[in-house]
Design a protein around this ligand. Structure first.
Ligand code: PA5
Length: 463
């Protein structure tokens, strides 16, 4: 079956004080809606619009990516990805999930002499400037990642880095410190790479930013830090097969999409919380947030009618956010579905010693492990929500392996496309981000863009 399982018992009415999904609908109305969504996904896939489905099959391409990563040897101490949104979040997720969020703090030996991996996914000068001041630029590779090849933030980062490298390298060419990952033909970055002789990788034309983690976008940085990218693709292939199964009860992507859409449109729960009980998956929840929001929040449906639909994804972390969000989840508006995530295998569960037997608030913990406590807290929270009639489900992961990450990425990508069909919107576009881009270009004086007049605040509205 694979190493990822969906347990949706706490979404069902008999378990949820009558408030959830009627299980009979899973073989009736919901199964029917799912079959229509699956047919739409199949049509998009056959017409070549869903390029992300083909990525796990591109095994030879992954071998070339691996060969390129291997060719760096131990020369680069740092790899810095310059990119934003879908060009950054997948790489951050891979690093944090498979190497741990503290990878960059380890010394070279503990990293097995693989480089540090930084992802600059913003243009905050405090972050960019301090990173560039801190690392040895002579031993750093900058991977400029942009599908469109023109995103302002990424282009600005490139210019800043190119300027710094010129200062450090003098007459030496800077191109050996760059790699470009972009569209095969279009965009300023592609043209620049060709003109400057910068080595480049391709993001297939039919793969959009937020669906690109299993392309060169995520694979090159992953391979460069020793992650098994063939394992990633293997897991993704496995889930891609499961996501095409026509029986809703055997299709985890279909079940996820159908239940979340139903919870939104019928149960009044448009807020979809993803709450891993695993620090290493915190970035996965951020990756999901972008995927779900940008794909499903749309003004018009496929027929062009104004609908202004879309669920609101909310990333959270267990057990930490039990102490910030849980009160709201339990007693606030009934507008949420909580998706818990658990990784079953914990290599070092960290035993809790038996100390202070005379202090009851401490002594009951002795003899258990931190892994046990984390797992118990998650199950207790699921049960508390269930008893309060609040829908929730569990994404169970056997172990944090490249295969499992491949499965998870594909599970949520396929669920997003299926949810797009259920909401009746195009999950692949993002027209809503264009206006602010145009205004930015105009304000910065880009050729071809008029300088806009912004609505200014009135002094009397300031306090
Ligand atoms: O998913 C998307 O399409 C976006 O989030 C993009 O990834 C983001 O805007 C960056 O775009 P680009 O990769 O073209 O620089």
């Amino acid at each position: 079956m694979g190493s990822v399982t969906l347990d949706y018992g706490n979404m069902l009415a008999p378990r949820l004080l009558g408030r959830g999904v009627d299980p009979r609908d899973l073989d009736g109305e919901l199964a029917q809606a799912f079959r229509a969504a699956l047919a739409e996904m199949e049509a998009l896939r056959s017409s070549g619009e869903l390029g992300f489905f083909a990525l796990p099959e591109a095994v030879d391409q992954a071998r070339s990516i691996q060969a390129l990563a291997d060719s760096f040897g131990q020369w680069f101490e740092n790899i810095v990805v310059l990119g934003i949104g879908g060009s950054a979040l997948g790489t951050i997720t891979l690093r944090d999930a498979l190497l741990g969020p503290h990878w960059n703090e380890l010394d070279a030996e503990a990293r097995d002499h693989y480089p540090r991996l930084f992802v600059l996914d913003n243009v905050d000068p405090r972050t960019v400037g301090s990173l560039l001041d801190r690392i040895d630029l002579r031993r750093t590779l900058f991977n400029v990642v942009s599908k469109s090849g023109s995103t302002a933030e990424t282009m600005a980062q490139y210019l800043v880095v190119e300027g710094r490298l010129r200062e450090v390298l003098g007459d030496e060419p800077t191109r050996g410190h760059f790699l470009v990952t972009t569209d095969p033909r279009q965009g300023a970055l592609r043209a620049l790479a060709e003109r400057e002789g910068i080595p480049s990788l391709e993001v297939p034309a039919n793969v959009g930013g937020r669906f690109s983690v299993l392309s060169a976008v995520g694979l090159l940085p992953a391979a460069a830090v020793g992650i098994d990218i063939q394992g990633l693709l293997e897991g993704a292939r496995n889930m891609a097969r499961r996501a095409m199964i026509a029986d809703l009860r055997r299709n985890p992507a279909g079940m996820l999409a159908v239940l979340l859409h139903h919870a939104h449109t019928r149960l009044g729960s448009p807020v979809h919380v993803l709450m891993p009980y695993c620090d290493r998956l915190r970035s996965f929840a951020a990756w999901f947030q972008q995927l779900w929001a940008e794909s499903l929040g749309k003004a018009v449906d496929r027929a062009g009618a104004t609908v202004n639909v879309g669920p609101t994804p909310l990333p959270a972390l267990g057990a930490t956010d039990q102490h910030s969000l849980l009160q709201l989840f339990m007693e606030g508006p009934r507008d949420k579905v909580v998706m818990f995530m658990e990784v079953k295998e914990v290599p070092d569960p960290v035993p809790i010693p038996h100390l202070h037997p005379d202090v009851p608030a401490l002594s009951y913990l002795g003899g258990h492990t931190l892994a046990e406590l984390l797992g118990v807290e998650m199950r207790a929270t699921m049960e508390a929500l269930r008893q309060a009639g609040r829908p929730n489900l569990l994404v169970e992961v056997d172990a944090l392996t490249p295969q499992a990450m491949g499965e998870l990425f594909m599970l949520f990508q396929a669920a997003t496309v299926l949810a797009g069909a259920l909401y009746g919107v195009d999950p692949l576009d993002q027209p809503g981000v264009e206006l602010s881009k145009r205004l930015t270009y105009g304000l910065l004086g880009r050729e071809g863009y008029e300088r806009p007049t912004l609505a200014h605040s009135d002094e009397s509205w300031r306090v």
